[in-house]
Design a protein around this ligand. Structure first.
Ligand SMILES: [Zn+2]
Length: 167
């Protein structure tokens, strides 16, 4: 008999999915990282659109290219949301973000244009609230209010085995 996985955050049986069925804690990430709600996801789309208009798109695009390295887009940064890579169990890197935001969303957008926009609502019935571009990029969108998953800059000269001498 297998015992159900206990959620590290709320101590209830977490269920079979990637996040706790009671408190949304993402089970493979540090405590405090929750799966973003559908309402926040759709609010994010709206905010993204408003930001694009306000910055004449180009400002938004430059902003996006900068924050991709943090697994974010402009609206996600403002809403403390982050894209994580499921197989690596960490924040999505710049290339994965570029693939997700530019390539995958363009393809899905094309598909959506002749399927009544249904793909944009995929997260409503997906158990892990993934959109189709999340499936393509194997990503999950989480809320990270305390910036726990913000990637730290890698020290450039720390690859020697002895490490940096301490004073
Ligand atoms: Zn829980």
């Amino acid at each position: 008999m297998t015992s159900p996985t206990e959620c590290p955050a709320c101590r209830k049986p977490a269920g079979e999915e990637l996040s706790c069925q009671f408190c949304n804690q993402v089970l493979f990430l540090p405590q405090g990282i929750t799966l973003s709600t559908a309402g926040l996801r759709f609010g994010g789309y709206l905010l993204e659109f408003v930001l694009m208009i306000c910055t004449l798109v180009i400002g938004w695009a430059i902003w996006a290219l900068i924050v991709f390295q943090y697994g974010q887009t402009p609206a996600k940064q403002l809403l403390h949301m982050r894209v994580v890579c499921i197989p690596q169990a960490r924040t999505a890197g710049w290339l994965r973000m570029f693939f997700r935001e530019v390539i995958a969303k363009t393809l899905i957008g094309f598909l959506a244009s002749f399927t009544l926009l249904i793909p944009y609502f995929w997260l409503l019935w997906d158990k892990n609230r993934q959109e189709l571009w999340d499936k393509m990029a194997t990503t999950l969108v989480v809320s990270d209010p305390r910036d726990l998953l913000r990637p730290q800059p890698q020290p450039q000269l720390s690859d020697s085995r002895a490490g940096t001498p301490q004073r």
